[in-house]
Design a protein around this ligand. Sequence first.
Ligand code: SMG
Ligand code: MG
Length: 378
Amino acid sequence: MRITGAQLRIVEMPLRSPFTTSFGTEDDKIALLIRIDAVVDTPAGPVESTGWGECVAMDAPVYSAEYVAGAVEVTRRFLLPKLLAAGSSLTAQRVSGLLEPVVGHPMAKAALEMAVLDAELRARGISFAEHLGAEHDRVPSGVSVGIQDSIPQLLEVVGDYLDQGYVRIKLKIRPGWDVDAVAAVRERFGDDIPLQVDANAAYTLADAAQLRRLDAFGLLLIEQPMPEDDLRQHAQLARLVSTPICLDESVVSARAAADAISMGACRVINIKPGRVGGYLEARRIHDLARAHGIAVWCGGMLETGLGRAANAALAALPGFSLPGDISASDRFYAQDITTPFVIEDGHVAVPSGPGLGVTPNPEILESVTTWKDDLPVT
Ligand code: SMG
Ligand code: MG
């Protein structure tokens, strides 16, 4: 394909309620979206197409090193020019190789790859799900529950999500909000609800005794207890606790996943396409984990309907054996920019239309846009 137009856009969407993790509280979602216009070669000849990419970097570098304004800068100055330089030989498959000379910035790279892949697949009439190798038309829906002000409030929030049909609850934890929160949820809702926790790197090995207390509650996993760059600590912790360790932040590529698996640092991997540089690298991690008997599930970054559509397609691959953080649009947003994703019988449908299978509603998109810029493509 050949890129004929590129537009960057920042959207700002209010969250229905604040979302608190071990690294802070979010009140709004601020996201970078990329629209690519292209002429795509198809068996039927060249076809004009449009593709959408969503960059999952947050407004501030608190989950990982990337942040929205940095993603805008690196995309405009370094990444997009590399794709333009490829001329008409550009394909989605080639994007990660073309962008490899730029160090880091996986979320910005993933958004560009997503847009190119979307444009390509829309032109060919193939869905993300079909292209990635999905085997299901719906995926089980889990929900991530932020840190609350009190235990009674937590129980109310969790009860509400269970009433809506969510099939798995993930509690955000941090030192001071861990064992008691888990114990209260188990006591109120029983031992049968699939329950897991996510620390977002807030602990160290000095907390091993406290984390070991979680073993009493039959959790599916403990997600990313230790710092991103410390696989060794995770491997040591994995020998001290019986609850499976799951990695999120640490798995930044298929190579990092292979390291983690060979060191015994995790028994489960949370796959986030943005964190690993794209949907194609995400699929490689899925394949690698599957070959090693490591369970995977699809994480979330409070995506709009665009990223949610692609995540649902990925989560429908056969190795995704645990419910993902793929909730309904209304988990976070009163109004999504696409047709909203809904939870039905505990599941979210995998879009089946060409490309992402969803497009932004133009009026809604404009109403949440705070900045946009057409980039030169010649
Ligand atoms: O999209 O449902 C979602 C959010 C899931 O908890 C979630 N994401 O570490 O897994 C994680 C966090 C990262 C974002 S926190 C602002
Ligand atoms: Mg996480």
